[in-house]
Write a protein that binds this ligand. Structure first.
Ligand code: GLN
Ligand code: ZN
Length: 765
């Protein structure tokens, strides 16, 4: 039985890659130095996987930014606007960064490509752009280089490549009149070229990731899968194609998937344990297909239940024989932190329930060893699983009984939106096109160092808070000066929008180094929800009331919503997600009420993750939306009509869930729309979205500074689509990752844009 891996976290256990990339962007290190860091990370991870006995080690899973963007570069899908950079012959890595982050230098001003969530994860990829006259050619040779790099050091590497059909499906048509799948005929020759060169370099196996096989696909798409893989097989009959999809069942796609001429098929048995039986019930035994059993959870940090895994393995082995079975993580380990050994402050009892990427490799090795007769390993695992199932650290009666007492009124505001809107407008007297921001202001090194020094004991809490107060007052003054209408306190006291709350809630624990890549160099350190959730004390009241006391303007309270806290945490797998969401919702509701009592009149409950939590298959949408919307409503419904509840969401495709967004019944929603030129608003317009809305007028994910004129253009588009009095003006997300100069310039332009819109609206009357 082979053990293998689908991908390893690339950021480094100490976030070495993040630090190196950011230093490079800041001009502090050279490209050579950046490349050296990257190479060291790859070698270290190959070595580790080798030590853990992994038979097939992935290569090309490394990326400076994102594997989908890498694929765009591999096949030369480089949007025309980057042509000036190619003419200048900038280095491929700089081109990659320009595509991801935009490029504003030496007279060039080129926008970044769109970014969106990778399936239902909190990882983001750069969306491939396709034109009607799209052509492809083998451009970036990274996959060959990295294979050769691994080979040179004698690693039995398996190149990982995003498959051609998923690559197209994950992209977007940038001109009208064609469907991106129609490009397969042009794309496939490039993949053939890549594979031919990999084979020439010595590769005998390649992992093609086709995660779109986990989605609902129509006949055409399935036919393209069949044709594509038939052609690949015909061209390279001796190449071992390892086909991987994850995050869902193959479901209705299974018959086609089983007919594809590939050597190994990977199954995500964590998300879809039942599909092993489905497959074994077919005539798979009569074929030569091998199965890769994804039994170790690549999306969560709990220890594998060996007994359960062994049942699956044994079932598969008894039908197909050991030589046709491989075991693996359910998906790439990109979505879990690197190494639990680096965690020194988690209680030993709880730590014994957990596993990170490195430990997950060990689990695979253990499972094979147990298959070979090492029963002691099984006993140790059983003890850990039993300890978690029965621990009093996990269950709290008062939390469970509050949830049991729920009635429908708990999830309903006192009055309907039109009544609330009237009351709020009378009370606040905001101008048309009121301006606000999403919450955070730049988390500069100075601010971050304050927190680091507090942790190290170099600052007392009093000194730390005084410094945060100073930064908060400064940002309030500055917002007043440029004329923003609804202010924020800047979130300087927060490390992260989920961590900050998790640290104050019971049932959560925190890691020191449990970083996971979110996008590019941005990492998050998801909390671990291990037990019933409750809120022992106020969480944000101190900072929000401090900020409100320093301004006569409205100060927006700032909370993270229950679905986002759930979605961006490692959650319990011993109860349904909906139950955990509910527990968090009640804790947030108490905080919302506490803010209201402290005199905060506008409260934003961020739910950027509500869309990404949507199950990948349509048949599961309704159930999820019902509990997710209800969790938000529970958190928002404890307050009076006078209190204005905002919510915020990023990178969302809302078309399919717009009625549920409306059902959340926030008084104001701010959303990401700028990268897609307000395209997203069509959904809100078609649906006649009733409440107030702030379509983001500029992209904060890029350091590029937008002009007032381009924001006016976007606002004009919004104003034809939606009722003017419902429109707000704001950036498309929080500003914490930006620097001050660009933030100041952009927001000043934004306020100017709002003023122009007001003047135009007044003269139109
Ligand atoms: N209030 C948060 C911030 O401004 C929202 C961030 C987000 O949507 N991801 O940083
Ligand atoms: Zn956002």
């Amino acid at each position: 039985m082979i053990i293998h891996n689908l991908g390893y976290p690339r950021i480094g256990s100490q976030r070495e890659l993040k630090k190196a990339c950011e230093s490079y962007w800041a001009g502090k290190i050279t490209l050579d130095e950046l490349q050296a860091v990257a190479r060291a990370i790859r070698l270290q991870h190959w070595e580790l996987q080798q030590q853990k006995g992994i038979d097939r080690i992935p290569c090309n899973d490394f990326s400076y930014y994102d594997q989908v963007l890498d694929t765009s570069l591999m096949v030369g899908a480089i949007p025309a606007r980057y042509a000036p950079l190619q003419e200048k012959k900038i280095h491929e890595t700089d081109l990659l960064f320009a595509m991801a982050r935009g490029y504003q230098r030496d007279g060039d001003d080129i926008t970044a490509m769109e970014m969106t969530k990778w399936f239902d994860t909190n990882y983001h990829y750069i969306v491939p752009e396709f034109a009607a006259n799209q052509s492809f050619h083998f451009f970036s040779r990274k996959v060959i280089d990295q294979f050769l790099e691994a080979k040179k050091d004698n690693y039995a590497a398996k190149p990982v490549i995003l498959g051609p059909v998923s690559f197209l499906l994950l992209g977007k048509e940038k001109s009208a009149g064609f469907h991106r799948l129609s490009l397969i005929g042009k794309l496939l020759p490039v993949y053939m070229d890549v594979l031919a060169q990999l084979i020439k370099a010595g590769a005998d196996m390649v992992q093609l990731d086709e995660p779109c096989l986990s989605l609902d696909l129509d006949e055409t798409a399935l036919q393209i899968f069949s044709d594509t893989y038939a052609q690949l097989h015909a061209a390279f009959p001796r190449l071992h194609i390892f086909l991987a999809s994850y995050f869902e069942c193959y479901g209705k796609n299974l018959p086609v998937v089983l007919s594809l001429p590939v050597q190994t098929l990977h199954l995500d048995l964590v998300r879809c344990p039942s599909q092993l039986d489905d497959i074994l019930a077919t005539s798979v035994a009569d074929t030569s297909l091998r199965l890769s059993l994804g039994i170790v959870d690549g999306r969560n940090i709990w220890k594998n239940n060996y007994e359960r895994s062994l049942q699956q393995i044994q079932k598969a082995v008894s039908t197909l024989g050991e030589e046709r079975i491989a075991i693996a993580p359910s998906c790439s380990l990109l979505h879990v932190p690197c190494d639990l050994d680096n965690e020194t402050s988690i209680s030993p009892e709880i730590k014994n329930w957990m596993a990170f990427a490195k430990q997950k490799l060990q689990e695979l090795k253990d499972l094979r060893d147990i298959m070979n007769g090492n029963t002691a390993l099984l006993d140790t695992n059983k003890a850990a699983i039993h300890s978690r199932a029965t621990s009093p650290l996990i269950h709290r009666e008062e939390v469970k009984s509050r949830i049991a007492a729920f009635t429908a009124a708990d999830a309903r505001r006192k009055s309907a939106f039109p009544v609330r809107q009237h009351i709020q407008q009378e009370q606040f007297k905001l101008p048309l096109f009121p301006t606000t921001t999403i919450g955070s202001f730049p988390q500069t090194d100075d601010i971050r160092q304050l927190r680091a020094r507090l942790k190290k004991g170099e600052l007392t809490t009093v000194q730390y808070e005084a410094a945060i107060e100073k930064a908060t007052i400064e940002v309030i003054r500055w917002q007043e000066e440029i004329g923003l209408d609804v202010l924020v306190h800047g979130e300087f006291e927060r490390n992260d929008m989920v961590e900050y709350f998790g640290e104050q809630l019971q049932g959560f624990l925190f890691t020191k180094n449990g970083w996971v890549q979110s996008y590019g160099s941005r990492c998050v350190k998801p909390p671990v929800i291990f037990g019933d959730v409750s809120r022992p004390a106020d969480m944000t009241v101190r900072w929000s009331s401090f900020a409100q006391a320093h301004t006569g303007k409205l100060m927006k309270g700032m909370l993270t919503g229950p679905v986002t806290i759930l979605q961006w945490s490692f959650v319990r797998d011993d109860q349904p997600r909906s139950v955990t969401a509910n527990q968090i919702a009640w804790a947030i509701r108490d905080e919302v009420v506490a803010l209201e009592q402290a005199g905060i009149k506008v409260i934003q409950i961020d739910e950027p993750a509500i869309r990404e939590g949507l199950p990948l298959r349509k048949e599961n949408h309704a159930a999820y939306l019902e509990w997710a919307v209800q969790a938000f409503r529970i958190s928002a419904s404890g307050v009076k009509d006078e209190t204005q509840i905002h919510t915020h969401m990023c990178y969302s495709e809302f078309n399919d869930i717009i009625e549920h967004i409306a059902a959340m019944d926030a008084d104001v929603i701010t959303i990401e729309t700028s990268r897609s030129q307000m395209e997203l608003l069509d959904a809100f317009a078609d649906f006649k979205y009733p409440n107030e809305i702030g379509p983001g007028v500029y992209d904060i994910h890029s350091p590029r500074q937008p002009s007032a004129e381009e924001m006016i253009t976007l606002l004009e588009k919004a104003a034809v689509t939606l009722p003017v009095r419902n429109l707000w003006v704001n950036p498309d997300c929080g500003l914490k990752t930006r620097k001050w100069p660009e933030t100041k310039a952009a927001l000043a332009n934004m306020v100017r844009a709002a003023e122009v819109m007001r003047t135009r609206a007044a003269s139109a009357k």
